[in-house]
Design a protein around this ligand. Structure first.
Ligand code: FAD
Ligand code: EPU
Length: 353
């Protein structure tokens, strides 16, 4: 019935970018909405948990999963040209980076700053992915969700998605028993390059085009980030903290070089990578878990790290940064326990797990 085989208690080692060797009761790849509905109904009937995933590039499994892992591969892209914009209707099981490449090949410019981000469309919306001056929210028109309770679909327009830094309404109100099935993306035709100071070093010409930006971003990312095919990781492990001006002033008085980025409401974002870098953990490792030396916000699985290794390392980092800088780092990735998602701060604060 499903596109790929369903086997019992299979390992997920090659199906999560952290390369954690845990098992699930079952792994299923769905290619249609009907398949998604059927498998979720079956799970509910037998009281088995289930979780919907894309590439599993933003999660950490903490234990063997007792339920069904559903990998969403529902495909479809429809592009409509309007006089001032392009409207893209994209199914949630399309790969994000493939969409970026496809649009550029069609001469549709605007997604290039989000090039080379792993994962699928569904999670791009949930997570409000962002990089190099652009976030998913900037090009989102709507997100379509499916209730797995009553099988109804609902289109949530951007202004109701409550997007913010790595956050959206799909992380709380529409989290359990909802699937993202489609997103609408609107790209205006009056393209302007988005160039951050971190990109300037790579730019030679004044009149830069979208293809060149795409190539620069891919080059920066390939240089700086570990390739999950070779080294297990889930990108930034923690979020960049957003703090008040008062707290920033205090930090600057102690650490003059701390980088910061002004946000709305006179708040500032500071760099969690800088905090970890400046703590000088000196090649710390717990089992096969360690900090990626070129980008210290990324925790890596060198080969056979267990979830306990990663969590122990994350707990050490969390408590050292709290003690030294009085900042509580919040994980960026989702933690998945034996029965489903677990609040990541509860894990780091030793409340569970
Ligand atoms: P998954 O990890 O599979 O799922 C994430 C969460 O979304 C889970 O809770 C899952 O249950 C839920 N979910 C997924 N699909 C659905 C659906 N259809 N319906 C309901 N729930 C669903 N992120 C950035 O924002 N910017 C970056 O620059 C960036 N760089 C990265 C670099 C590397 C090397 C890596 C490994 C990761 C990086 N990430 C980055 C993080 C990650 O790629 C993104 O968060 C991505 O959107 C995750 O997609 P995914 O399909 O792998 O989601
Ligand atoms: N820095 C250090 N040491 C480090 C890492 C960073 O000092 O080890 C400082 C440097 O000053 C650097 C600054 O932090 O200039 C920012 O670093 P970087 O440009 O690498 O970005 P980041 O803030 O660490 C965020 C996102 C990334 C995204 C990049 C590029 C978060 C949690 N992470 O990282 O997204 O690709 O910006 O825009 O917001 C992800 O979400 O998984 C992810 C990789």
């Amino acid at each position: 019935m499903y596109k790929k085989k369903c086997s019992r208690n299979p390992s997920l080692k090659h199906l999560n970018t952290f390369a954690i060797d845990i098992t699930a009761k079952k792994i299923v790849f769905v290619t249609t909405i009907q398949q998604l509905i059927e498998i979720s109904k079956k799970c509910k009937l037998y009281n088995i948990p289930y979780i919907i995933l894309g590439e599993a590039s933003n999660i950490l499994f903490l234990q063997n999963y007792t339920g069904v892992v559903i990998f969403n591969r529902i495909k479809g892209i429809k592009i409509i040209e309007q006089h001032d914009s392009w409207l893209l209707h994209v199914s949630s099981g399309e790969k994000w980076h493939n969409l970026v490449k496809l649009t550029l090949n069609l001469g549709i410019f605007g997604l290039e700053n989000l090039a080379f981000i792993p994962g699928y469309i569904g999670s791009a919306a949930i997570q409000n992915i962002g990089a190099y001056g652009l976030e998913f929210k900037d090009i989102c028109q709507y997100v379509e969700i499916l209730s797995l309770k009553n099988c109804t679909k609902m289109k949530i327009y951007k202004k109701f998605c409550q997007f913010s830094y790595r956050n959206s309404i799909f992380k709380y109100k529409y989290e359990n028993e909802y699937a993202i099935i489609k997103v609408g993306i609107k790209i205006l035709k009056n393209w302007k390059p988005i160039i951050l100071s971190s990109m300037k070093h790579y730019i030679q010409k004044k009149n830069i085009n979208a293809y060149q930006i795409f190539n620069i971003i891919c080059k920066i990312r390939k240089n700086k980030l570990p390739d999950p095919k070779k080294t297990g990781n889930a990108g930034s492990f923690f979020k960049n903290p957003i703090i008040t001006q008062k707290k920033l002033k205090k930090l600057i008085s102690l650490y003059k070089s701390i980088p910061y980025f002004p946000q709305k409401n006179s708040l500032v974002k500071i760099s969690a990578g800088w905090l970890i870098d400046n703590y000088k953990f000196n090649n710390i490792h717990i089992g096969d878990a360690s900090i990626y030396q070129k980008q210290k916000l990324i925790l890596i699985n060198k080969k056979n790290a267990t979830p306990q290794d990663i969590i122990q390392l994350a707990k050490i980092i969390h408590s050292c940064i709290l003690n030294k800088f009085h900042i509580s780092l919040e994980p960026e990735i989702d933690f998945i326990g034996a029965f489903g998602k677990i609040k990541s701060l509860d894990v780091l604060n030793h409340k569970v797990y």
